[in-house]
Design a protein around this ligand. Structure first.
Ligand code: 5GP
Ligand code: ZN
Length: 117
């Protein structure tokens, strides 16, 4: 069973109803380019079902999200010739989460980019 929120942009991208530059998909996760990237190649990984916070995911789905991040991170790094990546979740509004659909950020980093985003 899947669940989505009609007001959620990431549910819209997963459903193909909102344009998104999808870079990878598994049965239960989707990765797409961030619309306002902090660096070229900034990618988001989401569970296809709508859940607000990381702790709302079951362990299986959390593992699949992490597996997608794990597989994608070196590919993102190579695609933009980055030196490293920051991989992060803003988990809840007080942590800066603006879109209430769990998403992991893969942010390419460069040795001369001046430090933490
Ligand atoms: P947060 O602050 O919630 O961790 O990050 C939300 C991220 O989603 C931001 O980096 C923002 O640029 C990105 N974003 C917000 N709306 C959209 C959208 O409609 N499409 C895409 N591709 N990215 C979005
Ligand atoms: Zn959603």
């Amino acid at each position: 069973m899947s669940s989505n929120d009609p007001d959620c942009p990431f549910c819209g991208i997963v459903a193909g109803e909102i344009p998104g530059r999808i870079v990878a998909e598994t049965d239960r996760t989707t990765a797409f380019l961030d619309a306002n990237p902090l660096a070229p190649g900034h990618t988001l990984v989401v569970p296809n079902d709508h859940h607000e916070r990381l702790d709302d995911l079951g362990e299986d789905l959390a593992s699949e999200v992490f597996a997608t991040l794990h597989r994608l991170t070196p590919a993102v790094e190579a695609a933009v010739d980055a030196d490293a990546t920051t991989v992060a979740f803003n988990n809840g509004p007080a942590a800066g989460q603006e879109v209430p659909h769990v998403h992991g950020h893969v942010i390419p980093r460069f040795s001369d980019d001046g430090g933490a985003p």
